[in-house]
Write a protein that binds this ligand. Structure first.
Ligand SMILES: [Zn+2]
Length: 605
């Protein structure tokens, strides 16, 4: 699908799986028939396969890494209590798991053309040494059998969640690692999320007939199952024997999730020119109205999202109650409860991760930061709030910058020293990257960049350089400096009003750069007669100036660019100094200015 496109090449895969879950023992056994096409120019002698459930046992790397965060104090709460680095989304300490509560996933057989291949398990990664290498352009058919125990829910997946969901099945099956221009991505499962090969999934799940399912994809045997999958409101159909098989299929996705519970309820919503939404949640009369409202609201926001981020390309999307927080998957999300904000955030991941499929271990911010930004845009539109006002992301970013825990955003996800640094970088600094980019290029251009990114890069695993290149082409500005400083450094901007004086009929305002992260500068002036003006100093680094902006920033007067090595800039504005009553650097608050106290000057003449 991507051959000959800008990404050059990418691998492709087809999974055909039959799994059986015993709901008494929580043992799942399954078979995979996989067809893997090597579109790379390389000969592959090995394969790497993720076995995520092996993380959920005492002493695993996930357990040790999670325990190391329990006593590390990274801040104080509003009440002054110490805040540790522990990720509260861990619902059960892995260290406390009894053997029956642990997870495991073992591949018991791995064959190519009926011949067993050499396999070695290294905790959450299975290494397969192929008898015959997979040549460039070749397709490998392999078959594997696996057996796993579904762990007690700790983080993201497992059984018996706090909300009483029986099975939350995310990152649950042997999944081939991605091979791209950088080679294999055999990342251990320590706590971060995933990167996968796009392909087609057919998954047949057999379990006790009382259980009801939500999953990635479209239910293929809806007529046989009923339960709202054939028509809204139909009951679960009777079946002979104790077991029932649910057959799901999804095209062009890079993962597959499912949830199962005997007490699930299923409602749907249609959207205008968009997907059918499924909401699958635990029957609870106290929550019913909330779920109905959330479902209605999802249908309302979809047209705005399609217009702003590009149309959703799949036929349906399932919001499945389960997991330990909110986690995104292709064509589905697993959410702990009906928090509308979380559901919007997870649905935004359908664009920024499920359609882009960026390497989340390398660039978590392309996924979390973008989803955070998109969520804020959707919520501001829905609630008619000002998108620019009081953006929390800046506060979190500065909080980390002031702490001793700061690390560059480019740190690979598994290697951040703290959850704090990972979270703030990937969610908040990632969102600041986009909000501040809007300040540099102008908001209408920022909106165009997002749409162009969708058109150019969906289904192709873009990198930060690919996104930045889109931003450059759409804006006509040079922007690599911005990407590089944001990613590879912890540099910060701090601009200040330094001094003022009059010369002839002009006022001179000296602006000083106290930080080490150069940026273009908006300066607003307020005059005695109540009028206002906006003066814009481009940076030399962009080799172009923004021509349009919002909010309240236009019209503006564009000045000569500021060569970034100069510590000060003299801004000349017409009129006497005593006409000015207020001067402010960055009145829209989009510049990530570390110290805003020196940004504003009020003059009492
Ligand atoms: Zn997210």
């Amino acid at each position: 699908m991507a051959l000959g496109q800008a990404a050059g090449w990418q691998q492709s895969i087809k999974y055909d799986m039959d799994v059986h879950l015993d709901v008494n023992t929580h043992i799942l056994s399954g078979e995979q028939r996989v067809s893997y096409t090597n579109n790379s120019p390389d000969t592959l002698k090995k394969l790497f396969i993720h076995l995520y459930f092996n993380a959920f046992k005492p002493g695993s790397m996930m357990d040790v890494s999670c325990r190391s965060t329990e006593n590390l104090i990274v801040g104080k709460s509003r009440s002054g209590a110490a805040v540790t680095d522990f990720d509260n989304r861990f619902k059960k300490r892995i260290a406390d798991m009894q053997p029956a509560e642990e997870g495991y996933c073992h591949v018991t057989q791995f064959t190519v053309a009926g011949k067993q291949q050499k396999i070695t398990e290294q905790e959450t990664i299975l290494v397969v040494e192929l008898d015959k290498p997979l040549l460039p352009g070749g397709t490998l058919q392999y078959q594997l059998a696996f057996k796993e125990q579904v762990p007690k829910l700790s983080r993201r997946s497992g059984r018996d969640s706090d909300e009483g969901i029986a099975y939350s099945m995310g990152q649950w099956y042997p999944k081939l690692a991605e091979y791209d221009q950088e080679g294999w991505h055999a990342d251990d499962y320590i706590s971060r999320e995933f990167y996968g090969v796009w392909g087609d999934y057919k998954v047949n799940i057999t379990l006790d007939k009382k259980y009801k399912l939500g999953a990635t994809g479209v239910l293929q045997n809806a007529a046989e199952i009923g339960w709202g999958y054939d028509k809204e409101g139909t009951p679960l159909k009777p079946v002979n024997g104790n077991l029932r098989t649910w057959k799901f299929a999804a095209k062009n996705v890079h993962d597959f999730v499912w949830g199962a519970d005997p007490d699930y309820k299923h409602i749907t919503r249609k959207t205008t020119n968009g997907p059918l939404f499924h909401f699958i949640y635990k029957v609870d009369s106290t929550q019913e109205n909330k779920w109905q409202l959330v479902a209605d609201t999802c249908a309302i926001i979809y047209p705005y999202m399609a217009k702003t981020f590009g149309p959703y390309p799949y036929p349906c999307y399932s919001v499945i109650q389960g997991g330990g927080g909110g986690t995104e998957y292709p064509m589905a999300t697993m959410v702990r409860n009906n928090s509308f904000e979380t559901i919007v955030h997870e649905f935004c991941h359908s664009w920024y991760q499920m359609m882009m499929g960026s390497n989340e271990n390398a660039y978590a911010w392309l996924d979390e930061g973008f989803a955070d930004y998109a969520e804020a845009k959707v919520l501001a539109w829905l609630r008619k709030n000002d998108f620019f006002e009081g953006a929390e992301e800046y506060r979190s970013y500065f909080m980390l910058a002031r702490s001793p825990f700061n690390e560059p955003m480019s740190t690979p996800a598994n290697f951040f020293e703290t959850n704090l640094a990972y979270n703030v970088n990937s969610y908040y600094k990632g969102a600041v990257f986009l909000r501040q980019l809007g300040y540099i290029v102008g908001e209408p251009v920022m909106d165009e960049i997002l749409l162009e990114y969708y058109h150019e890069w969906r289904f192709k695993h873009p990198t930060p350089a690919d996104f930045t290149r889109v931003a450059e082409k759409v804006s006509g500005m040079e922007l690599k400096w911005y990407k590089d400083l944001m990613l590879y450094t912890t540099k910060l901007s701090d601009y200040a009003i330094d001094s003022l004086w009059e010369r002839n009929d002009s006022t001179l305002i000296r602006v000083r750069n106290l930080g080490d992260f150069p940026m273009p500068i908006d300066v607003s002036l307020q005059f005695k007669d109540g009028s206002k003006a906006l003066h814009y100093i481009p940076t030399n680094l962009t080799f172009a100036a923004k021509t349009t902006d919002a909010p309240s920033a236009s019209p503006f007067v564009t000045h000569q660019p500021w060569g970034f090595v100069y510590p000060t800039y003299e801004l000349a504005v017409p009129g006497k100094l005593t006409n000015i009553v207020e001067i402010e650097i960055d009145p829209t608050g989009r510049l990530a200015d570390f110290d805003r106290k020196n940004n504003k000057l009020t003059l009492n003449w």
